[in-house]
Design a binder for this molecule. Sequence first.
Ligand SMILES: [Zn+2]
Ligand SMILES: [Zn+2]
Length: 156
Amino acid sequence: MKITGGCHCGQITYAAEVDPATVRVCHCTDCQRLTGTAFRTNIPSLPRTFVLKSGTPKIYIKTAESGNKRAHAFCPECGAPIYSAAPEPNPATVGLRVGGIDQRAQFEPPIRQGWCRSALPWSMDLTGVASLSRVRQPGVHTHRCGRPFLLLSTGR
Ligand SMILES: [Zn+2]
Ligand SMILES: [Zn+2]
């Protein structure tokens, strides 16, 4: 499918084609550091389909323990991760960061997750975690503005 995407501040935009059934999750410690969160979610672009439409990403070359190098592209203004690729001038394919893709909600669930032994234990299964909209119990709560309010029922 054809996709479009970009960074948070809008400087960087791109287009590509992907197979929506090829989302992957990586729990490695490098991805945790580089994303600032629990794990990375990627989808590879189909060969020769990635086109940068605007902006110039900054490239950070990550060297793995194995010595392998990988180019990580991110927005120099807002820091949003864009893709990673082989560190060469015109890589055939790039690993797009799913969060930057406009059509990300249409992708199928991940087909694979890697480096599970460094996964944060809770990140392997979030099914039992209460979602924010349901966490409130009846009782006295405080609005964001500081004003208290009484919640009589959660409406469930
Ligand atoms: Zn940006
Ligand atoms: Zn990783």
